[in-house]
Design a binder for this molecule. Structure first.
Ligand code: SF4
Length: 379
């Protein structure tokens, strides 16, 4: 089935290379030990081919509103290579007014000069993977930076002129205390961050660190602390794991969280076309992704394509509504059984009437922390 004449204004580019593979990482990424000498070249050539194929199909909107360079570690890409990639994209489209162009970066791949070069290319938002400010925890997680390098890297980002900067932190790390979280948040917000993402570390049951993960009650305490701390510092808790200064919510991610359309390019990248509604995905392998793109004639590498059923759409509707601060309209409570469930969830302190948006309900901070249960009840 064809994915139709969709013109995307939100684009995701997946850069698969990393210094090393972190111990908890689920993304498609290759540490240096898994990377051949020609892989960076192969990646760039294939990505240029994918951009050209999508461009020829008329799939880029005239104005791109958001671009997200994720991975992997896009900040390992030399600025000259990044420039060739941007130029090929901007042959087909232009940045919309007030566009958001985010690059993920890791502290180990940062220099001030490199960041200036990225800024000159049009990138206007950085999302830095700090994860922790305790060097022993960073080591345990398999990260290659330490606390000092993380703080130095943040300083370089601001010194090179970026003003819209987010960082990622992990909570639920074995051995992490409330005092750790407090000092990490203090340390990071000493910089003029506009955004902070705090994700709960999740591991599969077979993982060596799995049995050291904190109990659910401890996780809930930590999440409650994070909510209080961050909102006290003037950040809006606008999504389960995301906090923003007013006016600085992550626009690209909001496209995902509001069920909007986006086009993903690069190995393992996902796409969604809302009007069809079809989700599709590239192969989780640099070589399987690149081979059709570099064949003659070149072909798109889409590996999986799924048309969402009404039941899947209903489930997604609830999952998305529960994760956002805006919640959902009361008229979604359209059956007696749902009404009874909502009454219980309100009594349990997991749902509440939205304090500012009339006629809406939303998850409380505790409801955010138990969002899977909420979705199960309501969908
Ligand atoms: S830096 Fe990020 S993408 Fe790379 S291995 Fe670590 S967690 Fe995964």
């Amino acid at each position: 089935m064809d994915d139709g004449p969709v013109r995307y204004s939100s684009i995701y580019l997946h850069f698969p290379f990393c210094e090393t593979k972190c111990h908890y990482c689920d993304f498609y990424s290759l540490g240096r030990e898994k990377t051949g000498p020609d892989d960076a070249d192969l990646f760039e050539k294939a990505l240029l081919s994918e951009i050209a194929l999508r461009g020829e199909r008329g799939e880029f909107a005239d104005r791109i509103e958001t671009i997200f360079l994720g991975g992997g570690t896009p900040s390992m890409t030399p600025p000259e290579s990044m420039e060739r990639i941007f130029k090929s994209l901007l042959k087909w489209t232009s940045p919309g007014q007030g566009y958001e162009w985010t690059m993920e970066a890791n502290p180990s791949s940062i220099t001030r000069e490199r960041f200036k070069a990225y800024r000159d290319l049009g990138i206007n938002r950085i999302s830095m993977g700090v994860q922790s400010l305790r060097s022993d925890h960073l080591l345990k997680l398999g990260r290659v930076h330490n606390e000092r390098e993380a703080l130095d890297a943040l300083e370089s980002v601001f010194e090179s002129g970026f003003t819209n900067v987010s960082t990622d932190l992990l909570c639920g790390v074995p051995g992490q205390t409330l005092a750790d979280l407090d000092s990490h948040i203090q340390g990071l917000t000493a910089f003029p961050l506009t955004h902070l993402s705090i994700y709960l570390l999740t591991l599969t049951p077979g993982h060596p660190m799995y049995r050291d993960l904190p109990e659910e009650s401890e996780q809930l305490d930590h999440l409650a602390f994070i909510h209080e701390k961050m909102t006290g510092l003037g950040f809006e808790h606008y999504e389960i794991s995301n906090f923003a200064k007013p006016g600085h919510r992550a626009r690209h991610n909001l496209v995902y969280w509001t069920g909007g359309s986006y086009l993903g390019l690069g190995p393992s990248a996902h796409s969604f076309s809302k009007s069809t509604p079809i989700r599709f995905r590239n192969p989780n392998s640099l070589h399987r992704w690149a081979t059709p793109l570099l064949a003659s004639p070149a072909r798109l590498p889409v590996e999986e394509r799924e048309e969402l059923t009404p039941d899947q759409l209903e489930l997604e509707k609830w999952m998305l509504a529960i994760r956002l601060e805006e919640g959902f309209p009361q008229d979604w409570i359209d059956t007696d059984s749902r009404r009874r469930k909502v009454e219980v969830l309100v009594r349990e302190g997991l749902l509440e009437s939205h304090p500012r948006l009339g006629g809406r309900l939303r998850a409380t901070p505790r409801g955010f922390a138990l969002s899977d249960a909420l979705v199960r009840e309501l969908s």
